[in-house]
Design a binder for this molecule. Structure first.
Ligand code: ADP
Length: 681
């Protein structure tokens, strides 16, 4: 028997392992089974190379729990270890046999399992004692038992073991009893070992017979040793990919497309990525990609390894070239990871382009489910934008699809304004903006539909990308102003008339938002009053809602413009009626205002070039007095006009029509509108 100290420099390595090295204790099982798989693969490699003769026998790895003895055992029939190897590989912790093995056989193509780092010693995270029984495949090798109770002292002695391979027995500590439960072990095996390349048995197959469950004498294999991504794409059918998807994500809608990745150089990477249907709420779709390292499950959080937008995809990526035992921030700067990331981006873009070219009809059909993903990619990854600009689609309010180029050609002639800016008109809600869409189309304009979750950002992005263009929502201006082509025609209402109508309408506007009245000299047949919302303000608010760091805008009340058509017959009628009803009273006030105004102008002129302290107190007092009088008269004037407005039903009716065509007339107001309409008719 041999006693010794493990080659570590501190007495306290085990408590450190326990507490700090792995936040997730459960990964010990992955590490032990990886070692077992490793040993089995090495045996197969040796056999393939002819260094080992004869039948390899059963290579199944077995996991057993003994609740009485409180042990968990992992047994393999791999290459095993001699006493010298135990010394070297187990006792000298820093030494990795895998490296040496790789060195020796590095030009062989057979896969050799990579490794994760601390490996075997992670079993001390859950054990008070660990035993290894092992017998090497080498001729004449003697079986040995190694034992260690968590102090750096170990025991090594000869043991009875007939069968080649290694058995690791964990005596679980009292905090880790969970790992003796069947369901817990099954859960871990399913999570980490589901696609390992060597069969792993846990428990026995069961069968229902005569109304009760009986155990059969047949191992229950928990893993799929040849998962889909390791197979040749040429051998696989569409159904195979769909089935694999539903195995990975039960109860999720069928995916739209898939990509089978298979890279050998400059790094090794295989995998299958799926495009899920994403309509909204994309946050919950993130992080469904599973990352494997030679079929060993590592994580389902691939942030930092693939670009942000690709985390929306589903599926598996398997690469021995992704460094796994390092921090995320390190990953992002790792050059291999960068290469992998840009390679996947390219592959994804190429695949999309290929589908677009080969089957545009199908691509269009799936576009609504794909577009959030593509827009996200285009906004966040320049490389992806460059490629995707060839196949990304615009959809118009008719449900027709166009590439960016096609669309530009379509609207170029009719939608370029007098400053040579190309105006892309869009709607975000076909029903709510119906009236605006119609009037734009009646003018021969085309209107795009941007009703997606990311569209506010996407539009901003496109405006930066496209040359001299602007995106304008159909309801942000009256139709004549959406695309300004020549200068305005004359207004039938004078400036003074327009100013007088402001208080007439103002008093009748709803109080739940900010409204400001403007006049436009539109066509006589355009509607008399329209409500529009400034493109800028609306976008800022939309983005604030999406969390673009614009909270300030989110808190502002909605503001709208009330656009009055100063050429419409009904507006002219309001002006006439106003003159009839208020003309005299207004005239009287204006007569009073006139001399005051003249007086004040005279005073202002006299003091124009003086500094404040040079103006005499007497003048200052007179100016103030005149100002007050004028204010007072103006208030009276305004009051007369707004009183008139509040009594004149046509004013309220016109405002309500404007609100109604913008979907803003609701509840009681709508009811009143209907009643008033009947009365007026
Ligand atoms: P790693 O697997 O990362 O090299 P480990 O600490 O897990 O590190 O294992 C150290 C070495 O011990 C392995 O490289 C291997 O040579 C040997 N070893 C561990 N488990 C087994 C096993 N089940 N069969 C044969 N050799 C093993």
């Amino acid at each position: 028997m041999q006693k010794g100290r493990i080659g570590v420099t501190t007495d306290n390595i085990f408590p450190i392992i326990k507490k700090f090295l792995y936040s997730d204790h459960e990964i010990f099982l992955r590490e032990l089974i990886s070692n077992a798989v490793d040993a089995t693969q090495k045996l197969k490699t040796l056999s393939n190379l002819g260094e080992l003769k004869g039948d390899l026998g059963d290579l199944t790895i077995r996991v057993k729990a003994d609740r009485k003895k409180k042990t968990l055992t992992v047994t393999d029939q791999g290459i095993g270890m001699t006493d010298k190897e135990i010394d070297k590989y187990i006792n000298e912790i820093a030494f990795s046999s895998a490296n040496e093995f790789l060195e020796k056989y590095k030009n062989q193509e057979n896969a050799i399992i990579g490794h994760f780092g601390l490996g075997f010693y992670s079993s001390f995270m859950v054990s008070e004692k660990v035993e290894i029984f092992t017998k090497s495949y080498k001729k004449g090798a003697k079986a040995v038992k190694w034992e260690c109770d968590g102090t750096p002292e170990y025991h090594l002695e000869e043991a009875d073991k007939e069968i080649r391979g290694t058995e690791v027995v964990l005596h679980l500590d009292k905090d880790s009893k969970d790992f003796l439960e069947d369901h817990k072990i099954e859960e871990l095996l399913k999570k980490y070992c589901r696609f390992l390349p060597v069969p792993i048995a846990f428990g026995k197959e069961k069968e229902w017979k005569d109304g009760k469950e009986t155990e059969l004498d047949k191992d229950k294999i928990i893993n799929e040793t040849n998962p889909l991504w390791t197979r040749k794409p040429a051998d696989l059918k569409d159904e195979d990919y769909k089935k694999f998807y539903s195995d990975l994500y039960p109860f999720v809608d069928e995916p739209l497309f898939n990509i089978h990745l298979n890279v050998d150089y400059p790094f090794k990477l295989t995998g299958i990525l799926y495009f899920p249907k994403i309509r909204s709420n994309f946050e919950i779709q993130k992080n469904k990609i599973q990352l494997y390292c030679n079929q060993v499950y590592v994580t389902d959080s691939v942030e930092g390894i693939v670009p942000e937008f690709l985390t929306l995809l589903h599926g598996v990526i398997d690469s021995p070239d992704i460094p796994l035992n390092v921090s995320r921030s390190f990953l992002q700067s790792d050059s291999n990871v960068k290469k992998i990331s840009s390679h996947i981006t390219k592959k994804v873009a190429d695949r999309m382009h290929e589908i677009f070219k080969n089957d545009r009809a199908q691509f269009e059909k799936k576009w609504d489910d794909l577009r959030l993903f593509i827009e996200y990619g285009m906004i966040t990854e320049e490389k992806f934008y460059e490629k995707a600009a060839n196949f990304a689609l615009f959809k118009n309010t008719d449900g027709k699809y166009f590439t960016f180029d096609e669309y530009e050609k379509l609207i170029k002639d009719n939608q370029t304004d007098k400053d040579k800016t190309l105006i892309y008109l869009y709607a975000t809600d076909k029903d709510k903006q119906y009236g605006y869409i119609e009037s734009a189309r009646n003018k021969g304009y085309d209107v795009l539909l941007f009703d997606g979750q990311l569209d506010a950002h996407f539009i901003n992005h496109l405006e930066q990308k496209f040359k001299s263009c602007r995106f304008t929502r159909v309801d942000s201006e009256v139709v004549d102003n959406l695309i300004r082509k020549e200068d305005r025609k004359d207004s039938k209402l004078s400036k003074q008339q327009q100013d007088d109508l402001v208080p007439v309408f103002n008093g009748q506007l709803p109080k739940n938002a900010n409204f400001s009245i403007t006049f436009e000299s539109l066509n006589e047949q355009d509607i008399p009053v329209q409500i529009t919302q400034s493109e800028f303000m609306r976008r800022m608010k939309d983005m604030a809602q999406l969390g673009g760091g614009l909270g300030f805008y989110g808190d502002m009340p909605d503001s709208y413009s009330v656009v009055i058509n100063s050429n419409h017959e009904l507006i002219l009628r309001v002006a006439e009626e106003k003159d009839k009803k208020t003309g005299n009273a207004i005239q009287k006030i204006d007569d009073k205002i006139k001399p005051i105004k003249a007086n004040k102008e005279e005073l202002d002129n006299a003091n124009r070039d003086k500094k404040d302290e040079e103006i005499s107190q007497a003048d200052k007092d007179r100016i103030k007095d005149l100002d007050d009088k004028m204010k007072d008269l103006n208030n009276k004037r305004e009051k007369i006009l707004s009183d008139f407005g509040s009594k004149y039903k046509l004013v309220k009716q016109l405002i309500d029509i404007g609100l109604l065509s913008n979907n803003m007339l609701k509840g009681e107001d709508l009811n009143k509108f209907v009643k008033r309409s009947i009365e007026l008719l």
